[in-house]
Design a protein. Structure first.
Length: 191
């Protein structure tokens, strides 16, 4: 199997809102996907119990094909990959995968390597040097690697998950945040 064909099999079809059929998105997930504020802040507000971030993994790794394209990374270039769950009363509501190219981790941005179990959103939405770029959404299915990473601890494993990814710029340099909404997140009414 050729490299490009393999990548199309394992990646969801990310698209902007203008190309996404909103009728496919479950109504209760739509407000979560469309929100442009801090997801951490919104989850904390919706969680009537104890909120926390669980760090699953943080290590240097190779981005997925579409992640590398969006980050404009060269083939083989490494990024810091951070995977966490946002929990309410120890129940995972969101799986997040952040990719920070090595070239982004200069100067004050190096502090992003030290977050541990602290929420990234607290940094992204409080630093004026960080600018939010475009957001894409996708329906994730079991054949997608990101679906597998997000659902590894879910029982039963759902048929699909919905997520978004947002490109941020730290002093002009990119970082990518994938946020996958898990089945136990409260479904919200659309406005």
């Amino acid at each position: 199997m050729s490299g490009s064909r393999d990548n199309t099999v394992v990646e969801p079809n990310w698209s902007g809102w203008n190309r996404q059929r909103l009728t496919q998105v479950p109504a209760g997930v739509l407000p979560w996907l469309r929100d442009e504020g801090s997801l951490t802040r919104r989850v904390v507000a919706a969680c009537s119990g104890r909120f926390r971030v669980r760090l699953l993994r943080q290590a240097w790794g190779t981005p997925f094909y579409s992640e590398a394209q969006l980050l404009r990374m060269r083939r083989g270039e490494m990024a810091l990959v951070r995977e966490v769950e946002l929990l309410c009363d120890e129940v995972p509501w969101v799986f997040a995968r952040t990719l920070i190219p090595a070239s982004t981790l200069r100067g004050a941005a190096r502090r992003l390597t030290l977050l541990g179990d602290k929420p990234l959103g607290a940094v992204l939405f409080s630093d004026s040097r960080i600018k939010r770029g475009r957001t894409q959404v996708a329906r994730l299915q079991p054949r997608h690697r990101l679906f597998s990473a997000a659902s590894v601890d879910l029982q039963p494993v759902p048929d699909e998950l919905w997520g978004r990814r947002t490109l941020f710029h730290v002093s002009g340099r990119p970082l990518l945040v994938n946020e996958i909404f898990l089945p136990r997140i409260p479904m919200e009414k659309t406005s």
